[in-house]
Write a protein that binds this ligand. Structure first.
Ligand SMILES: [Fe+2]
Length: 289
């Protein structure tokens, strides 16, 4: 059985969130929800996540899972906000612990932050499955952009996170800590082994002015037309291209705020004795190489 997929675009971060459901039942999964954040003022709000919640209520859907494709570096996750309001369980790739360890060290986080994945309800290994009404969610480990990258295959749909962008934009950067271009190449080969008619749902799109963002392409489009990696691209070609390109990229605008919230499964850092919460900004920590 194939799922019904509804995309939601968060324009400020060019990120796609999804609600996936079994058309015959009420079970739903939320994928990569976004928490609104203004870095200049420190204001955090939940307009985008409220839209998801409203959709779930209007369609009488019962959210079972909140799935993260990886620890995002370009937006904050609304997973915790939605979990508090729906009771849905959060899930992410088991290698989130590697991301947590790296950023706990870079951010000098206190011992009250355990880099053991315990902030999430479920840690997924390659091949693990989760039930979704009459559907089954299969986790496909797709590291390379980040170590914890997971693609979620549900019927004829696959949610690929930042393994690939759309065909015109290519692939995601591999220069974050724990990222690796050869590993991403191998992950893409796993996706390219899926049936060509597979519906591929993207994590981002960056359309040109006046164009609508795309949430969905077919696997055949990626295999034949992806700017960085088509069927006959070799690992050597891809790694050379990716490495050269990554050397030109600047740090994502929301990297530090996003990581601090996202490694906590969307919970904000603990309040200080004043009752206020703060994010850290490490100086020169981007020089990790
Ligand atoms: Fe990402």
């Amino acid at each position: 059985m194939n799922p019904q997929v509804t995309p939601f675009f968060h324009a400020a971060t060019s990120a796609w969130s999804y609600i996936v459901c079994d058309a015959d039942g009420d079970a739903a999964a939320i994928i990569d929800p976004v928490l609104d954040f203004d870095p200049a003022s420190g204001r955090v709000w939940a307009e985008s996540a409220s839209t998801l919640l409203q959709y779930l209520r209007e369609h009488a859907l019962e959210p079972k899972w909140i799935l993260e494709t990886h620890v995002h570096a370009d937006h904050l996750t609304a997973a915790a906000w939605l979990k508090r309001r729906t009771g849905a369980q959060t899930a992410i790739g088991a290698r989130v612990t590697e991301v947590q360890r790296t950023f706990k060290a870079l951010l000098d986080l206190d011992d009250d932050f355990a880099p053991d994945g315990s902030q999430f309800d479920v840690l997924l290994e390659d091949g693990d499955t989760l039930p979704l009404g009459g559907l089954r969610i299969e986790a496909i480990a797709t590291p390379g952009h980040t170590p914890d990258g997971v693609s979620y295959r549900i019927g004829d749909a696959v949610f690929i996170g930042d393994t690939l962008f759309g065909p015109a934009l290519g692939s995601a950067r591999c220069d974050f800590p724990g990222g690796d271009a050869a590993t991403l190449f191998a992950s893409v080969q796993k996706l390219y082994a899926l049936p060509p008619e597979t519906r591929v749902f993207l994590c981002h799109d960056y359309p040109k002015d006046g164009e609508a963002p795309r949430s969905q392409v077919t696997l055949a489009e990626q295999v034949c037309q992806n700017k960085h990696i088509v069927r006959d691209t070799t690992a050597e070609q891809f790694v050379a291209m990716r490495t050269a390109r990554d050397a030109t990229l600047s740090v994502p605008k929301l990297l530090w705020p996003a990581l601090q919230v996202n490694i906590r499964a969307g919970n904000l850092p603990s309040a200080t004795s004043s009752g206020r919460r703060f994010l850290k900004l490490p100086l020169n920590a981007n020089e990790w190489e």
